[in-house]
Write a protein that binds this ligand. Structure first.
Ligand code: SAM
Length: 256
């Protein structure tokens, strides 16, 4: 049996609901013989895999600990070399804070091909669900997908690029440090009056704005611990969301 018959598919699962998968992602999942999935991948997406598919959870969920990246890499390689159709399923889009580059490089170095299937990233899902654009003529000419978190758990210190008033900022993995991010952005020159929101569990029915206000308000806020993944969005484009919120009585769940 050839060792590397099938490419390993690095697939974006989108922000949660199965109907936000691409058809290509759905086909890859339905055809998978081995599925390695991250903690953010929803149960309803996992349920689309065949019953006989080997399912391996790689991220923290239900009290289990994460597998080390090296272990995940070796597992993918071993399963692919057995001739299985391997799908590596990641929340959102695999190319955005999804380590797709590292995993692909490892597999290529060991003679296994890969195919990346894009997914809906959290920022795009948030914009659609909460009713604001990421770019807007005359207001937001750039979108910065960034994270506050660096390798060793440190918080990014240089926010100069993100302080650009014409940039919409989508900060991944930033909820716990959101007030510090707001302080850093103000210190870097972004107006304290810039709108900011912390959007939790976007894509699904549990979506809610855990915070809506200005950078100054966030810089001074004491935030309660959240439930589920959350994205910090900064930019004047959020004015559209505020307008939509005023038109609707209840903010907490905006899923339709
Ligand atoms: C390791 S990154 C993965 C991002 C993912 N590849 C994407 O494209 O959305 C995890 C972070 O993405 C954000 N995120 C992912 N899914 C989310 C969701 N459904 N709602 C809000 N934020 C989400 C959060 O900031 C979370 O801490």
């Amino acid at each position: 049996m050839p060792h590397d018959r099938h490419p390993v598919r690095l697939v974006g699962a989108g922000p949660g609901p199965a109907d936000l998968l691409t058809i290509r992602a759905l086909r890859a999942i339905e055809g998978a013989e081995a599925l390695l999935y991250d903690a953010l991948v929803a149960e309803e997406v996992l349920a689309l895999a065949p019953a006989a598919c080997v399912k391996i959870q790689t991220g923290k969920r239900a009290g289990r600990t994460s597998l080390k990246q090296e272990t995940i890499n070796r597992l993918m390689l071993r399963l692919a070399r057995r001739g299985l159709k391997v799908v590596r399923l990641k929340g959102g889009d695999p190319s955005i804070f999804g380590r797709v580059g590292e995993e692909a490089a490892f597999l290529h170095a060991h003679g296994v091909d890969t195919e990346v299937v894009p997914g809906v990233t959290a920022a795009c899902a948030a914009a659609a669900q909460f009713g604001f654009p990421l770019t807007h003529r005359g207001q937001a000419r750039r979108v910065v997908f960034t994270t506050a978190r660096l390798e060793a758990g440190a918080v990014q210190a240089d926010w100069a690029a993100a302080a650009d008033p014409e940039a919409t900022l989508a900060v991944y993995m930033g909820r716990d440090t959101a007030p510090r991010i707001a302080q850093a952005l103000i210190a870097a020159g972004r107006s304290p009056r810039t709108p900011v929101a912390i959007l939790e569990n976007v894509g699904g029915p549990a979506a809610r704005a855990a915070f809506e206000g200005t950078l100054l308000g966030l810089a001074q806020a004491m935030l309660a611990p959240g439930e589920g993944p959350a994205l910090v969005v900064v930019g004047d484009v959020l004015a559209a969301m505020t307008a939509a919120a005023e038109a609707r009585p209840a903010i907490p769940s905006r899923a339709r």
